[in-house]
Write a protein that binds this ligand. Structure first.
Ligand code: MG
Length: 254
């Protein structure tokens, strides 16, 4: 089941994606269940929004695909390498990624995003998936020059608009064979399979929840395959995960 958050005629709602329509829900399904209002809205008439606004944080894992760790000049870490992105970096599908004046090298990183559905603190890996609400697509937009010059990543990963999420939350887990592909202006830049992650979803949740209490609505980005590259003014970047959807965003330098 795919859950979208959308605006329509001035109201923000959640809906279940059913073909070309949204079945409108009475509230946020993470907290209020799946009761429907009886209304349907055409997807063509709705503006899709980020399917979740992380309540407290976006946790992210660096260098979680060996081929990307290699292209960055190293090896994949033996334990998940965690960092945080502020929830103010989140934007939705088709919202604009704004290139900041502080950086001349902003890059795309297409990633699977885990949406946490229940409070999770020090959960073991074998029950970690019980805390997942669903999965969506993310772009861990990164100011690569600042990531190198700052030494730590708060600024490079944290600018407003640097965490596109969407287009919807898929409540079924994607398979290990599911492909992740990033295209810029239609040209393929990154391609991999989710099963190529060094640390899988359950292990990442267990590891992160031993550090931070994860709250419903928190999001975990799971790392990016090889092929990261620049975004420039006028580009359109699209991240596609098979079975979840395509997250597309224009890029502008004001
Ligand atoms: Mg990343």
């Amino acid at each position: 089941m795919k859950i979208a958050r959308f605006s329509h005629e001035g109201a923000i709602s959640f809906g279940i994606v059913d073909g070309t329509e949204l079945v409108v829900l009475k509230g946020d399904p993470m907290f209020a269940g799946f009761d429907t209002t009886g209304e349907r809205v055409s997807l063509a008439d709705a503006k899709l929004l980020a399917p979740v606004i992380p309540r407290s944080k976006v946790v992210a894992v660096g260098k979680n695909y060996r081929d990307h760790a290699n292209e960055m000049g190293g090896e994949a870490p033996t334990e998940p390498l965690l960092f945080l992105k502020p929830n103010t970096s989140v934007i939705g599908p088709n919202d604009t990624i704004v290139l900041p004046p502080q950086s001349s090298q902003v890059e795309h990183e297409g990633e699977l995003a885990i949406v946490i559905g229940k409070i999770a603190k020090s959960v073991p890996a074998d029950s970690a998936l019980d805390y997942v609400f669903g999965y969506t697509v993310a772009n861990d937009v990164t100011a690569r020059d600042l990531q190198k010059s700052d030494g730590q990543w708060a600024r490079a990963k944290g600018f407003d608009t640097f965490c596109p999420l969407g287009p919807a939350i898929e409540t079924d887990a994607p398979g290990a064979d599911a492909s992740i592909v990033v295209r810029v202006n239609g040209q393929e830049r990154q391609a991999g399979k989710l099963g190529d992650m060094v640390h899988g979803v359950a292990d990442i949740i267990a590891y992160a929840s031993a550090v931070f209490t994860l709250l419903p609505g928190d999001v975990i980005l799971t790392g990016t395959p090889a092929g990261v590259g620049p975004l420039v003014d006028g580009d359109t970047v699209a991240v596609e995960i098979a079975g979840i959807g395509v997250l597309s965003n224009p890029v502008r330098r004001p």
